[in-house]
Design a protein around this ligand. Structure first.
Ligand code: NAD
Length: 352
């Protein structure tokens, strides 16, 4: 198993180091090779996705990524900014399916800003389309109109095959879970998502056991806070999924707990925490590494078909939490506040 390790910027190197320690502590045959991406790529090669990094990622079976971005790069031309490296690698590897589980560990019920009875037992899988939508649609840009006023343009577009392949991922996952898919759109005002809804309905004929429902994105945003346990699998486009999955992260206590997987059609994947590079806490060894460690578990499950070791990592995380270890973002009264590296060590110790 060959893994490309791309730590990135900000807290990226700190949290990825912990996930690498956890993978190394398992008795499995893996090779890991590191390369820069994002701001680190720009510093090393003048490109947020250096050719050598892309080559390594293409040759690997899976990619483990930290996060990219730092405010100091905000003034760079758009194509040189760290986030561009991330969008490009997703596109280059054709990672169209982003899986974001939002699962509340019982030990963290008090860390959520919502009442424990609202979130306790929460287990949602958000399936977000990742390579289309308004983030990639053409035309785009900022131009100057004849009257001298500036105008910004982005284009929301999806073709049928793109909708069908992400729908299939969602239905397949639902078959292994509670057999319910909620498709989120804005079909009342956006034609792109009217088509989205039509294709989901057509596809559902192939999955008679799965109950398909539809929800407008504004209502979905509200329902996630009001009664999140009503959801099993949610499937949605790139921009709605971006927002809803961050919202769902707060149900789980902290964005530092949320892993993610981005898969291509052959289950090659890039695995990364759902959060960003958190420049505000970078270099202090206080970030929560659990989202990244849990992303490594997803890597074993979805790319390497190694359910046993995936569960081993997830159980070790549960054990570390049950033992009372908490990073600053999830600490509550009576728990042991630990640093990022100490949390990593606690998970490694719990593996044994
Ligand atoms: P962010 O997710 O980096 O941080 C939001 C808040 O959550 C911050 O207060 C941060 O300290 C906290 N946080 C995030 N991860 C944490 C962790 N593991 N442990 C503890 N606290 C954590 O989002 P932002 O502040 O909007 O963006 C910062 C930078 O990250 C920007 O440059 C942005 O473009 C980039 N970004 C990158 C990705 C990615 O690489 N996938 C995603 C989102 C944002």
């Amino acid at each position: 198993m060959k893994i490309a390790v791309l730590p990135g910027d900000g807290i990226g190197p700190e949290i990825v180091a912990q996930a690498v320690n956890v993978l190394n502590a398992l008795n499995i045959n893996i090779t890991m090779q590191e390369a820069p991406i994002g701001g680190a790529g720009y510093e090393a090669a003048g490109d947020p996705l250096p050719d050598a990094t892309l080559q390594l990622a293409k040759e690997a079976d899976a990619v483990l990524l930290g996060a990219v971005g730092d405010w100091k790069y905000d003034k760079l031309e758009r194509h040189l900014r760290p986030e561009r490296g991330l969008l490009r690698i997703r596109k280059e590897l054709n990672l169209f399916a982003n899986l974001r589980p939002a699962l509340l560990y019982p030990e963290l019920a008090n860390a959520s800003t919502l009442k424990p009875e609202v979130v306790s037992g929460l287990d949602i899988m958000i399936v977000r389309e990742l390579t289309g939508d308004i983030y990639f649609g053409q035309p785009r840009g900022i131009s100057t109109l004849e009257n001298g006023e500036r105008e910004g343009i982005n284009t929301m577009r999806y073709c049928e095959s793109e909708i069908r392949r992400i729908g299939r991922v969602a239905f397949d996952i639902a078959m292994k879970r509670n057999k319910r898919v909620c498709s989120v759109d804005k079909a009342n005002v956006l034609e792109t998502t009217e088509l989205w809804r039509q294709v989901m309905i057509e596809l559902s004929a192939e999955y008679p056991e799965v109950e398909l429902s539809h929800m407008y994105v504004d209502n979905a945003a509200m329902q996630l806070i009001r009664a999140p346990k009503q959801f099993d699998v949610m499937v949605t486009g790139n921009i709605f999924g971006d927002i809803l999955s961050d919202e769902a992260s707060m149900l789980t206590g902290s964005i530092g707990m949320l892993p993610s997987a981005s898969l291509d059609a052959n289950n090659k994947g890039m695995y990364e925490p759902s959060h960003g590079s958190a420049p505000d806490i970078a270099g202090k060894d206080i970030a929560n590494p659990l989202a990244t460690i849990l992303s490594a578990a997803m890597m074993l499950r979805y790319t390497f078909n190694d359910e046993a070791n995936a569960l081993k990592i997830e159980n070790a995380v549960k054990k570390a939490l049950a033992q009372g270890y908490r990073t600053a973002d999830i600490v509550t009264e009576g728990c042991k506040q630990v640093k990022c590296s100490e949390m990593g060590n606690a998970v490694v110790a719990a593996l044994n």
